[in-house]
Design a binder for this molecule. Structure first.
Ligand SMILES: Nc1ccn([C@@H]2O[C@H](COP(=O)(O)O)[C@@H](O)[C@H]2O)c(=O)n1
Length: 577
């Protein structure tokens, strides 16, 4: 772990049940390779994961079993270690490559920007040569300008010890927000292609392995499941997915399951399969909290025995990278916790209420517009993480707001029509739900798509005894954390926690920024974060506004991003005592 990481807190644990074939899975790590430096439950780093994978490999191989390490994308954007370097990602790609990953694929974040997808093509794919698969992504080769597969479409291989014959695919969900130097083919079209049809007709296969940046409960994975199962009714299919930032497990039939392993290096997913060639293979899953108490426990090793030399070196490399990027530099001190979804919106402790009522109101102002009032609209997905009471560092800045989006505006919009826009963005299900092939990216944080209702934690559970027998032999008081419910029940998390509430938030929030806050303006500058221009333009049409956004919008506060705006506000208002 990193030198400043908090010590893990002992908690009741459920063990790993190894099988003939075992997997470790990460997804949506978004640059959090240093771990969570303000949360003991998730404070292990990528170096610890390198040690852990080695120790688990030693353990299973000693039994004659196999281990595969999987990553399903969105490795980029979301943490100072990725976003604060110039160019972005140079430290991350060097750190990532020290983990031997057997199969990996791309997420949507690797494709938002041309330079990110080209870094993937020129750096990450060569770093993991032969293990990176991209079943439905093409890229215009930056040299030849030809459209070529981002990486091989699929991979057929046999496992090291048992020679299990595996055909693996690597998909991205039907993403439409990619840069125009890349092409994402909808999954439903890809699976009609000859290469895929031939691959699933191959009889010499013991397991189909579908890894992807795709929710495990999705139309895309259902389509792949149906395509394989319609031809190969007896062959087990193992899916690994992600994108919604949640822990999840899907059971498609008795021989096909899928695992999603959370987000931000909070979770290391574990899955085992036993009886692969029988009519009733047994699948076991575990969501491991990424901290040293859990990792050492599952390895069966103590503080001295657990780390490998390679793991220690990677932790050191992360520390050096963080230091080179000045990620511990303190810009201010947050007076209290501000939550994305743990509290109701609006409320005093909601990060969105804080943004609306303080940050935007105090700081959003384009000098060239004088005192013209502005109605500002922000999508809630632009904010990526909670703010904890205490130091607000260079790292926190990018953890909360990693994107490079700035602001645009349309002038002289009648206030009564401008006001309707947020309501439309928040109510219209066709915008909210992004049906298949819709050109619209969801606006809220991804985990909001996974739940349709608030989940209000029963706080009396925290004080009661855990239902599953703890394996650690102790019964310490439960600490708040994941209490996952999935297709296999409620015993998936390795750590027995007390629950945390989850509240729904709207797609967008808005703030009226005016010198005279009590007067109702006749017209306003309609200001919005540029990422949502297509959504705002459509909602404006519904609101009866006749505006051509491509021609009539302009940059608001030139060269100011949301990230800069937040940071300036913190520096001014949250002085450390
Ligand atoms: N420039 C961006 C990029 C993304 N978002 C928001 O993030 C959501 C996607 O997050 P995943 O980690 O699930 O891919 C997207 O739907 C937007 O809400 C953004 O605001 N700005």
């Amino acid at each position: 772990a990193q030198p400043s990481a908090p010590d893990p807190i002992p908690a009741p644990l459920r063990g790993l049940e190894f099988g003939q074939l075992n997997f470790l899975h990460t997804t949506d790590t978004h640059g959090w390779l240093a771990g969570h430096l303000q949360e003991p439950s998730y404070a292990a780093d990528w170096g610890d994961y390198v040690s852990f994978a080695t120790r688990i490999r030693e353990k299973v191989e000693a039994r004659g079993q196999d281990l595969l390490v999987i990553d399903t994308g969105d490795r980029v954007e979301g943490n100072g270690l990725y976003d604060s370097s110039e160019p972005k990602g140079v430290y991350i790609s060097e750190i990532l490559r020290h983990q031997p990953i057997d199969l990996l694929t791309s997420g949507n974040h690797e494709l938002y920007k041309q330079n990110t997808s080209e870094a993937e093509f020129f750096t990450t794919i060569p770093n993991f040569r032969g293990n990176y698969i991209a079943s439905n992504i093409d890229i215009f080769h930056p040299g030849t300008k030809e459209l070529v597969p981002l990486a091989p479409r699929y991979k057929k291989f046999t496992t090291k010890l048992q020679g299990i014959r595996i055909t693996a695919f690597g998909f991205l969900f039907d993403f439409t927000g990619n840069n125009n130097r890349t092409v994402v083919q909808p999954v439903e079209e890809t699976i009609k292609e000859d290469w895929f049809q031939e691959a699933i007709r191959d009889k010499d296969v013991d397991l189909f392995l579908v890894i992807g940046h795709v929710p495990v409960k999705s139309q895309e994975y259902q389509a792949i499941f149906r395509a394989i199962r319609s031809l190969r009714w007896g062959v087990p299919i193992q899916f690994f997915g992600g994108h919604l930032h949640i822990r999840d497990y899907a059971r498609y039939d008795a021989k096909a399951v899928g695992l999603a392993s959370g987000r931000f290096m909070e979770t290391i997913g574990f899955l085992s399969i036993d009886g692969l060639s029988t009519s009733t293979p047994v699948f076991k899953r575990r969501y491991i909290d990424n901290n040293l108490f859990s990792l050492r426990h599952h390895s069966g090793l103590d503080e001295d025995g657990f780390p490998t030399e390679q793991g220690r070196n990677v932790s050191r490399l992360i520390a050096e990278s963080r230091s080179a990027l000045h990620l511990d530099e303190v810009h201010g001190c947050a007076p209290r916790d501000l939550w994305m979804s743990r509290v109701k919106y609006p409320s005093n402790d909601s990060i969105y209420t804080w943004l609306e009522s303080q940050v935007l109101v105090d700081s959003l102002k384009d000098e060239s517009r004088g005192d013209t009032p502005a109605l500002a609209i922000l999508n809630t997905g632009a904010i990526r993480f909670d703010i904890f009471q205490g130091p607000f560092t260079q790292d926190t800045t990018f953890i909360v707001s990693p994107f490079t989006s700035g602001f645009r505006y349309v002038k002289d919009v009648p206030y009564d029509q401008a006001q309707l826009i947020v309501g439309i963005l928040n109510k219209q299900p066709q915008i909210l739900r992004t049906p298949r092939y819709s050109p619209f990216t969801p606006l809220a944080p991804p985990e909001q798509l996974a739940y349709s209702n608030d989940i209000v934690a029963d706080l009396t559970v925290g004080a009661s005894k855990p239902q599953q027998a703890p394996l650690s032999g102790q019964e310490p008081e439960l600490i708040p954390g994941y209490t996952t419910k999935d297709d296999a029940g409620t015993d998936g998390d390795d750590t027995v926690h007390s629950p945390i509430s989850f509240y729904r938030v709207p797609n967008c929030i808005q703030a009226l920024v005016a010198a005279n806050a009590s007067a109702v303006p006749e017209t306003v500058d309609l200001v919005y974060i540029d990422f949502i221009e297509r959504h705002v333009a459509l909602a404006a049409k519904f609101a009866g506004l006749d505006v051509n956004f491509a021609q009539e919008s302009e940059v608001y506060m030139p060269s100011m991003t949301l990230t800069d705006l937040l940071l300036d506000w913190v520096k001014t208002h949250w002085k450390c005592e």
